[in-house]
Ligand binder design. Structure first.
Ligand code: HEM
Length: 134
């Protein structure tokens, strides 16, 4: 009888199910194309070059969904609300952020159930980042 080694039947992580690093690279790259053109969001990003911010968001999302832990190796505990405290995240910024994310998610053309999970998280996370009324 052929034995199935312990551990080989583990479920795939969400990170693996959506296609791994390549998918997160596409998602976040498309998102930052939107940010680069956005008159409200673009001035909020301190650096001239959006490349490093793109790397941080991609690595964070990869880690969140069960991929490599490179984000925390580089940046420590995410503490995202605290890291957003220097920025005015009001309703308008929230809406613009989610609008670019929506475009980016649409372009991935994920299976509906995976897309739903990803979008549910992004909308929840965006709402929790709001730190300024109005
Ligand atoms: C709701 C509207 C949001 C706005 C306006 C916003 C804006 C920003 C800005 C201006 C930065 C600094 C750029 C940089 O140097 O990295 C930043 C960083 C970051 N944001 Fe957001 N953000 C929003 C929501 C979110 C959400 C929902 C997430 C997670 C799902 C997120 C994850 C991150 C991460 C991981 C960083 C880099 C943190 C670090 O390691 O320094 N952001 N965000």
């Amino acid at each position: 009888m052929t034995e199935i080694p312990r551990g080989t039947l583990q479920e795939q992580t969400f990170y693996e199910q959506v296609g791994g690093e390549e998918t997160f690279r596409r998602l976040v790259h498309r998102f930052y194309q939107g940010v680069a053109e956005d008159p409200l969001l673009r001035p909020m990003y301190p650096e001239e070059d959006l490349g490093p911010a793109e790397d941080r968001l991609r690595l964070f999302l990869m880690q969140y969904w069960g991929g490599p832990r490179t984000y925390s190796e580089n940046r420590g505990h995410p503490r995202l609300r605290m890291r957003h405290a220097p920025f005015t995240v009001n309703r308008e910024a929230h809406d613009a952020w989610l609008r670019h994310m929506r475009d980016a998610v649409d372009e991935l053309e994920l299976a509906p159930e995976l897309e739903r999970q990803l979008w549910e998280y992004l909308t929840y996370a965006a709402a929790s980042m709001v730190n300024t009324a109005g």
